[in-house]
Design a protein around this ligand. Structure first.
Ligand code: G4P
Length: 289
C-alpha cells in the first residue's frame, strides 16, 4: 500500500481533538456498521482519554442486522455503549440522547444535587473520513451546515449546534485517520468506499471481498449474478479470481478476444455492494472469543 500517515499528521490530528475534548462532555465515535473494526482508529482510546464515549455504528441501513447486533453485544461485553444508526434517514438518533444521559448520569446527578438545572450535554463527533460525520451533524442540526475539517493555520471559531435542550454538538468533527498500515482493513475500507479505490488495485479489493461474500452471503451473490452453486468458501485468491471472472462473463464485462475485463467486473461488484444492491451485508464480524 502506498499511503502512509506520517507522525506529523497523527500528532496534529491528536492535538486538534485534544483541544476540542476540553469543551465537551461526551465523544460520539462514529464507525461504519459494515466494518466496525476496520473503520476504527486503533488509537482512539489514547486520543479521547477518559472522556465518556458512545460508539455509533452508522450506515446500519446497509449492514447485516444480525452482525450489527453481534457488534452491539461485543462492545457491551467490553464495557462500551454502542448504538446502530442511519444518519441519512435519521434512524436511531433519539436513542443517542438517552444513551448519552446514561453515560453522564453521575455528572448530571451532581448538578441536580447542587440544585442546578442540568445543562445540555456537549458532544463531539469523531471518525474517519466518509463515515458520515457531516451527515450526522446536519441530521442532528436539522439543517445544512458547511462542515469543514480543521486546516492547519486556520483557526475557526467553534460553533455549538443546539438541538432543543438536552444535547449540544460541536460543529467541527474530530477527523481520525483510518488504518492504512493494515492491508485487510485497507481492502475493507476501499470496498465500502471509505478510501478511494484508486489507491488500491480494484480487482484485488473485489477478490478480497468476494472471499467474505461467498462465505457469508453466497446464495445472494449467486442469485444476483447467476453464478450457480458456489463453494461454501474460497480457499485462495485464485478461487476468488474465478468467481470474479464468472461475474464478468455473466455481466458482459469483456475485452477483445472474449476475455474478461477484471477491473470492470470488480467495479460493477463494488458499486452493487456499496449501493446495497446485494442486500444488507457486513464485511466484518466481531472475533468470537
Ligand atoms: P464525513 O463527513 O464523515 O466525511 O462523511 P459524510 O457525512 O460526507 O458521508 C459520506 C457519505 O456517506 C455520503 O454519501 C453520505 O450520504 C453517506 N452516508 C452517511 N451516513 C449514512 C447512512 O447512515 N447510511 C447510508 N447509506 N449512507 C450514509 P455521498 O455524499 O453520496 O458520498 P459518496 O457516496 O459519493 O461517497
Amino acid at each position: 500500500m502506498t499511503i502512509q500517515w506520517f507522525p506529523g499528521h497523527m500528532t496534529r490530528a491528536k492535538r486538534q481533538i485534544e483541544e476540542k475534548l476540553k469543551l465537551i462532555d461526551v465523544v460520539f465515535e462514529l464507525l461504519d456498521a459494515r466494518i466496525p473494526q476496520s473503520s476504527r482508529n486503533p488509537m482512539v482510546d489514547e486520543i479521547t482519554g477518559s472522556k465518556p464515549r458512545l460508539i455509533l455504528l452508522n450506515k446500519a441501513d446497509l449492514a447485516d442486522p444480525e452482525v450489527t447486533a453481534e457488534w452491539n453485544r461485543y462492545f457491551r461485553s467490553k464495557g462500551r455503549q454502542s448504538l446502530a444508526i442511519d444518519a441519512n434517514a435519521g434512524t436511531g438518533l433519539k436513542e443517542i440522547v438517552a444513551k448519552s444521559k446514561e453515560l453522564l448520569q453521575e455528572k448530571i446527578q451532581r448538578q441536580i444535587d447542587k440544585g442546578m438545572k442540568p445543562r445540555p450535554m456537549r458532544a463531539l463527533i469523531v471518525g474517519i473520513p466518509n463515515v458520515g460525520k457531516s451527515t450526522l451533524i446536519n441530521r442532528i442540526a436539522g439543517r445544512n451546515i458547511a462542515v469543514t475539517g480543521d486546516r492547519p493555520g486556520v483557526t475557526k471559531g467553534q460553533q455549538w449546534i443546539k438541538t432543543g435542550g438536552e444535547l449540544e454538538l460541536l460543529d467541527t468533527p474530530g477527523i481520525l485517520w483510518p488504518k492504512f498500515d493494515d492491508q485487510e482493513a485497507g481492502y475493507r475500507l476501499a470496498a465500502t468506499g471509505a478510501i478511494k479505490e484508486q489507491l488500491l488495485h480494484i480487482d484485488e479489493v473485489a477478490c478480497f471481498v468476494l472471499r467474505t461474500l461467498v462465505e457469508r452471503y453466497g446464495s445472494v451473490l449467486s442469485e444476483r449474478y447467476g453464478l450457480g452453486q458456489l463453494p461454501s468458501e474460497l480457499p485462495d485468491l485464485q478461487a476468488a479470481v474465478e468467481v470474479l471472472e464468472n461475474i464478468g462473463r455473466k455481466r458482459g464485462c469483456l475485452v477483445g478476444g472474449g476475455h474478461v475485463d477484471y477491473e470492470k467486473a470488480a467495479g460493477l461488484l463494488l458499486r452493487d455492494l456499496r449501493a446495497g444492491k446485494l442486500g444488507l451485508m457486513s464485511l466484518e464480524a466481531p472475533e468470537r472469543d
